[in-house]
Design a protein. Sequence first.
Length: 314
Amino acid sequence: MPTSQSRKLSTRLVARQVSELLLGRSRRGLALVPQERLAGFVFEVVLGGSIAHHPYRDPVSGRWIGVEDAETLGRPVNATAIAHSMRLPHTTVRRRAAELVEAGLLVRGPAGFSVAPSFFETGVLARLAADDAKDVLRTLGMLADAGYAPATRAIDAGTASLPPGVIERLILAFSLRALETLTELYGDVTAGTIMAAITAANIRRVTHDPQLAKLYSSEDMPPPDALRVPISLRALSRAIDLPFETIRRRVHALIEQGMIVRKGNGVMVPVAVLLSDRHIDNNRRIALHFEQMLQAFANLSSARPVIDPIWQLG
């Protein structure tokens, strides 16, 4: 794993690619949960948390254990654990979970919520896992081309040979951990999602330009405000599937807090905010979680028979 000094040189490079990876996964997740985003977060916490206690391979048979095995191996996740993970009010979690139960996506039992057995019959999870695996490999390729060594090691170890369901388990665990990190920084999962989406949209031209991406890769050198492209509130609403009124209200609060600024017909996160110690620390933590995921890819690809779960809910 990279030293803290080498990690500093790639922190923003990784953070930008991770943001695009997670935003793309969130958009595809609408196929899983067509309800609004908070319900989607609740569903993913239940799905990921229900199987987090299992290894990625069966210790006896060596069979891979992917996200689809939550159907038979998963255990319930209670509302308190979900609320703690996402820093949401308990009443909000119960309301969203009730919506998912009514929609046939979750079932409620004495010990908490589980993914409904009928959900696994639709095939949508397998399609999502396949698409997410392709996106993960694309992201690793871009990072490897930019000189990010952990991505190169994961590719060379044979990550592409892992079953999509196993890759999905790892990316789901990482996604939830990244959301928890953003939630700690901004106070709740909605504010964290909005800030991450604005930041990603502002610097998308840098993310997709290899030369600019390398130039602005270290944690102490974010892209200047002159390179940042504002995003309109309506575009932001569409990007993260939150109601426009929610976006308008939450963005106004973030402006009042000095976290974002208006520019033209849109909003952006200025460099001065991103250079604060708390934002740099947030990027470091997400980069570390990402490295841990890539190390898990490498370990599993190297045919080690069993690897303990890296992350568990709560």
